[in-house]
Design a protein around this ligand. Structure first.
Ligand code: HEM
Length: 411
């Protein structure tokens, strides 16, 4: 089977392609209206690129979708009865638009400067070594739960400045928040979210107060101290920002690690190339990011009548921007379904672009690079386990990723 994959590299795309973000929408093509979704579906690279760059015409007030207000509307009575939940609604709103957004970004950007990310590298390396020790010389390693999840959670919790004993709670909260990024959360997902929101606020508040008084080199210190203009964020703004970082960073980085590993084990020649020349690992990371696109799609809302890719979009209408489809657009990328280490055009849209471009991208890239450097250096062979369910996709149209991945790791 692996030989067949080698003969037809585009077949590598198949396991994660189901459920493909917006299954049935296809790749490329003009924007079209999906009444059930309540949005224009935007798939071509050039169109997605235009939307994310133009934050004036395409607002980020409802990035998780038009139904979000309704979801929270249903919760409002519950929220009014329990004041501990008040903060919960603000947690799922993103960083907004315009001057408010620019203000929030001035603090987030401070937290992920190249120097700060460099400072996290020794911890990332130590964690990669520890997690590699635990999987070496074993068959049937479940890579997502045994490597990708613990690495991501511990790196982000460390970067934020949380003590190691609280990292498991951090993961539980992140899962609780993540459940609300599906288009139609179940009552259980809503409950898990509210529990996480209730626990998150009183846990973070004293830590924020402490870092205000005694800043250190972590993200909480960066967002609690002054920006370049001498401004400070209010407590509720900091809580919103930290919940955003937790939500935006965890599942995505885990998905990129697992998805990239999937390509690696399904293509022995790719693995051999990287073993022969480890300086190609950053190129693997970029191809892994392009092909996995963990934040597969998000929404924007038109602020004015506009024309996009030939479609007339009215003010107030929503657009569903499919980063995953844009990254496979053959108008932009040659042989888009194949991982190619010598690809000259590496400008994928996995981290978005424009005013909302992902501030955590340097951290995510460092995690991916160090993880694959460590694994490839310390394991002589990494292969897909010989079981029917070796690759299991998970997630919905907005966040599809590899949910389980079973490997044999030979020292
Ligand atoms: C492979 C990993 C990651 C992927 C694929 C990813 C993807 C994205 C994308 C596509 C956006 C743009 C959203 C938009 O245009 O509305 C975004 C924004 C964001 N990301 Fe990431 N991200 C990743 C890792 C991280 C990490 C590690 C952090 C922080 C710890 C982070 C924090 C954020 C925040 C706070 C935003 C909002 C920025 C804004 O609205 O201005 N992300 N991310």
């Amino acid at each position: 089977m692996r030989t067949e994959v080698e003969q037809d590299p585009s077949a590598l795309d198949l396991p994660i392609a189901f459920p493909r973000p917006g299954e049935g929408y296809g790749l490329g093509g003009c924007p079209f209206r999906d009444e059930q979704l309540g949005a224009w579906v935007v798939s071509a690279y050039a169109d997605v690129d235009r939307v994310v760059r133009d934050g004036e015409t395409f607002s980020s007030k409802d990035v998780l979708g038009p139904d979000r207000r309704e979801t929270f509307g249903r919760l409002m009575a519950q929220i009014r009865e329990d004041p501990r939940l008040t903060q919960a609604t603000t947690y799922m709103k993103g960083l907004g638009d315009g001057d408010g957004h620019r203000r929030m970004r001035s603090f987030v950007n401070k937290a992920f400067t190249p120097a700060r990310v460099k400072g996290y590298e020794p911890v990332i390396k130590a964690l990669c070594d520890e997690l590699t020790d635990a999987v070496l010389d074993r068959v049937g390693v479940e890579f997502v739960s045994e490597f990708a999840v613990p690495l991501t959670v511990r790196v982000i919790a460390h970067a934020l400045g949380l003590p190691p004993e609280d990292h498991p709670s951090f993961k539980r909260w992140s899962d609780g928040f993540e459940g609300m990024t599906t288009l139609d959360p179940t009552p259980q997902q809503v409950d898990a979210f509210l529990t996480a929101a209730v626990e998150f606020t009183p846990y973070m508040t004293p830590l924020i107060e402490l870092r205000r008084r005694e800043p250190s080199g972590d993200v909480i210190s960066a967002v609690t101290t002054e920006n370049d203009l001498g401004e400070r964020l209010e407590l509720d703004e900091i809580l919103k920002l930290l919940s955003g970082l937790m939500l935006a960073g965890n599942e995505t980085t885990t998905g990129a690690l697992a998805g990239t590993m999937m390509y690696l084990v399904r293509s022995p020649s790719l693995q051999a190339q990287l073993r022969a020349d480890p300086t190609l690992i950053p190129a693997l990371v970029e191809e892994g990011l392009r092909l996995t696109t963990p934040a597969g799609a998000l929404f924007r809302t038109a602020t004015t009548d506009t024309v996009l890719g030939g479609a007339r979009i009215a003010s107030g209408e929503h657009v569903f921007i499919r980063f995953g489809a844009a990254n496979r657009d053959d108008e932009r990328f040659e042989q888009p379904l194949c991982p190619m280490l010598d690809r000259s055009d590496k400008r994928h849209l996995t981290f978005g672009r424009g005013p909302h471009v992902c501030p955590g991208a340097p951290l995510a890239r460092a995690v991916l690079r160090i993880a694959f450097e460590t694994l490839l250096e310390r394991a002589a062979a990494i292969t897909l386990s010989d079981r029917n369910d070796a690759i299991v996709p998970t997630g919905g149209p907005m966040t599809v990723r590899v949910g389980r991945l079973y490997l044999d790791v030979i020292a």
